[in-house]
Design a protein around this ligand. Structure first.
Ligand code: 1Q0
Length: 211
């Protein structure tokens, strides 16, 4: 991972995460999240409670991937099949498998929906649009449904510390603002595709509400 964030690299990792037959490689999926975490860290300490949680979830998945059953964790599809067939998922209440790959990835998956909504708002925003409003609208339409009151409040405080739209566009390191908008237009269908494939897989297996 290079030091400076680039939107292009996020795009590339999500592109690499799709296999030819539309399976999602966990390795690249989490690389995409690592890039986003490094971006979030550059925004300041207010965001550290969020990035800590993401880092922790990335670590859980990396441990599975490098562990003795790692071959079953190559794609999200193989993980779901393996964990379900071997009763490794707590389906209704957290008990003997509180940190399964399936429930851990579900948290990132829900956050990916937030990202998709936020980036779409950013792409179609005008110069006087506020990132804090775009961020919290995207949040209220997605992740907020899964978070308790206390977290929603803390997230609301963090949003107020977001830099403005111009700074956001600059730190994406993707050229001038017109180029950033074009790149966002290119990235979003990919992010949506990865999201939708995962969503369909989880829905088919009744995994969307894992505790
Ligand atoms: C740039 C601003 C970042 C705003 C992030 C918005 C999302 C807020 C998420 C709040 C998470 C709160 C911390 C803990 C939550 C956990 O309780 C929860 C559930 O886990 P569990 O184990 O308790 O059941 N965890 C989650 O829901 C995971 C949340 C992950 C949030 C990931 C947000 C990642 C943001 C990355 C920066 C993207 C910058 C976008 C622009 C970059 C251009 C490509």
């Amino acid at each position: 991972m290079a030091d400076t964030f680039s939107l292009q690299r996020v795009l590339e990792t999500f592109r690499s995460s799709l296999s030819e037959n539309k399976e999602v490689y966990i390795k690249y999926y989490i690389s995409g999240w690592k890039e986003l975490v490094s971006f979030m860290n550059s925004l300041g300490n207010v965001f550290s409670f969020i990035s800590k949680d993401v880092v922790c979830k990335i670590q859980i998945l990396e441990n599975f991937l490098s562990g003795e059953n790692g071959s079953h964790y190559v794609t999200i599809q193989s993980m779901v099949k393996y964990e379900l067939e071997n009763d490794l998922v707590d389906l209704t209440k957290r008990s003997s498998h509180p940190e399964s790959g399936c429930r851990t990835l579900l948290r990132l998956h829900r956050a990916l929906r937030w990202l998709e909504l936020f980036l779409e708002k950013l792409r179609t925003s005008s110069e006087d649009s506020k990132t804090s409003v775009m961020c919290s609208d995207a949040y209220n339409e997605s992740l907020a449904h899964h978070h308790p009151w206390l977290i929603r409040k803390a997230v609301g405080v963090a949003f107020c510390a977001l830099p403005g739209r111009n700074t956001f566009f600059d730190v994406m390191n993707a050229g001038d603002h017109t180029q950033v908008v074009a790149l966002l237009g290119e990235s979003l269908p990919l992010i949506s595709e990865v999201y939708q494939i995962t969503e369909d897989l989880y829905a088919k297996n009744n995994l969307l509400e894992l505790p």
